[in-house]
Design a protein around this ligand. Structure first.
Ligand SMILES: CC(C)(COP(=O)(O)OP(=O)(O)OC[C@H]1O[C@@H](n2cnc3c(N)ncnc32)[C@H](O)[C@@H]1OP(=O)(O)O)[C@@H](O)C(=O)NCCC(=O)NCCS
Length: 162
């Protein structure tokens, strides 16, 4: 399995994964806007490829930039259900983070942390993030959505690790 930058002609394939595993409402136009950006300020899309098939993908975006420091966020991450629990999600985060850190470093910026948000009822995602994110702080916000499901934020800090 290898992790590499997503190509523009892979929007349809990755959209299928996103719609099935996570977010059925996502449109190909939204997906395209993620893929088309250039340079570190644009979202960076990566795929996990296994036996010439895309089995998962991740989009990393800058959440906030200040004083030559960058806080990144995981805009989305999804792995095909038949390929879950094989280390692909972990690999996607580690490999994409390493590439994006390099990209920012070339511009003179340091990536200081990674933010990710999920639903309070997303047990798999919660188990995943709590296992793989280093030094994270967790906050839960409630009374936001009409269906009363809380939002869980994880913020992993890299400052002590660089
Ligand atoms: C969350 C998701 C991306 C994880 O990807 P994955 O490739 O299955 O994760 P990994 O195999 O790298 O898991 C790493 C570790 O996280 C934990 N973990 C992952 N999925 C888990 C689950 N369903 N239940 C419990 N622990 C889990 C385990 O500790 C696992 O290590 P192990 O398998 O050796 O025990 C994947 O389940 C997915 O695409 N889910 C649907 C979409 C989604 O929820 N995305 C996140 C939205 S915010």
């Amino acid at each position: 399995m290898r992790i590499r930058k997503m190509k523009e002609d892979e929007i349809k394939e990755t959209l299928t994964i996103e719609q099935k595993e996570l977010y059925p409402e996502l449109t190909s136009e939204q997906m395209r806007s993620w893929v088309e950006g250039k340079g570190p300020f644009a979202p960076q899309c990566f795929v996990a490829e296994k036996d010439s098939t895309i089995v998962g993908f991740i989009v990393l975006s800058p959440y906030e930039v200040r004083n030559k420091e960058v806080l990144l966020e995981i805009s989305t991450i999804a792995v095909r259900s038949e390929n879950q629990r094989q280390g692909i999600g972990k690999n996607l985060i580690e490999a994409s983070l390493s590439e994006v850190k390099n990209l920012w470093s070339k511009e003179g910026f340091r990536v200081v942390g990674l933010l990710v948000e999920t639903g309070e009822d997303e047990e798999e995602a919660i188990a995943f993030y709590e296992k793989i994110l280093p030094s994270f702080q967790k906050r839960i916000f409630r009374e936001i959505w009409e269906d009363e499901k809380g939002i869980v934020f994880y913020l992993a800090s890299f400052i002590l690790k660089t």
